[in-house]
Write a protein that binds this ligand. Sequence first.
Ligand code: ASP
Length: 439
Amino acid sequence: MKVTKFGGSSLANPEQIRKVKAIVESDSDRQVVVVSAPGKDDYIKQKVTDLLLAIAGENTKISYLNAVTMLQDRFMQICRAFNLSDLEKSILSEIDLLSEEPRDFIASRGEYWNAQIMAQVLGLPFFDAKNFISLKENNKPQLDLNKTASLLQELKGKRFVFPGFYGDFKGQIATFSRGGSDLTGSILAFALNAELYENWTDVNGLYYASPKIVTNPKTIPSLTYKELRELTYMGFEAFHDEAMFPLIKGRIPVRIKNTNNPDSPGTLISEHPGASETSISGIAAKPGFAYVEIEKYLMNSEKGFGMRVLKVFSDLGLSYEHAPSGIDNIAVILDGNNGFADKKEELTRRLTNELNPDYIGFQDNLALIAVVGRGMRSTPGIMSRISTTLAKNRINIELINQGPSETNVVLGIAEEDYQQGVRAIYDEFVLNTKGEDRK
Ligand code: ASP
């Protein structure tokens, strides 16, 4: 049995909904259908959730009246296309009363109404997430995975449609953070022990590199959970942050698929997807980092030096990303936007007093490129190919960090060069695979 989740772009208008119906009906294993609220398309510029948030007073870019009119129009259009006149009436009257309700209740209605529409379109029962998805207090309301999994047992073996994005918190509707329908789908896949979690969207899968940097990047055929984690940490847009956790716990494979191109195989993410097709599985990159370089002669023979360096950063509330070191120096790489700029003076004072270094230097405007791939482990010469490629493009590598798993190399590069760097690595490893994997 498969849990099949459709994102907002897959359900943005009647034409998309027809595609979704054909997809669900083409495979009898697609038993559980999780839906987002209708999203954007080429003509409709606002997601339903954004309109709802305008009604809740949270999205000030759209006036209350415009939001109500746009919402009414969208649900009328969809309901009329599928002859759902009773549902249309009830949704329109609920829209009229919405502004009196709490924020999360309002925000959740896009999924709530859309799941009812899809249930009727598909001729399947609708189950409300408020009765099954339970949130608990943990600084902020957060998924209670155990309680939710036990509540969902009641739905085992059934075919149904289920709204994403929200659940129950102490008797009230509470939403996850934006994009949270991914999480709902993954909880259902975990609790019902699905053989596959399908996540349908509007792209053929995950790309080897961001399409904002590389033109028409190729789609990654398969990834491990770990590779995906490394790539999303460095800015890959794949899933809602928390959605991978239940899947990893239940070892449920995920396939990202394209509603507009269902025959394309998509990207499979699982624990052991087999050998990778190329020695790298993805290139993620992010600007906005900075580093502090600390140098001291015979540093490596001084016990606890690294620990004391990192303690200074932690005392000042600065968390670090990486700390590559040489024999007499260490670089501490930080997110440059986390208040680091205001703490430089205090950092210098504390590091000087406590470590008596020979040199302290600050470097801003650093970008990090993460080259990730399980295939790197068994292939010698990857690092040399990366550095030769960058050298050919006159790009200097300021720092390098490779973790012990050998599936991830992080390169520190000047911000002005990083996009060119990503393109060069992509061309070398993904586009021109001629010299690739002579295994
Ligand atoms: N509709 C919600 C949003 O736009 C949740 C989701 O689509 O996953 O963020």
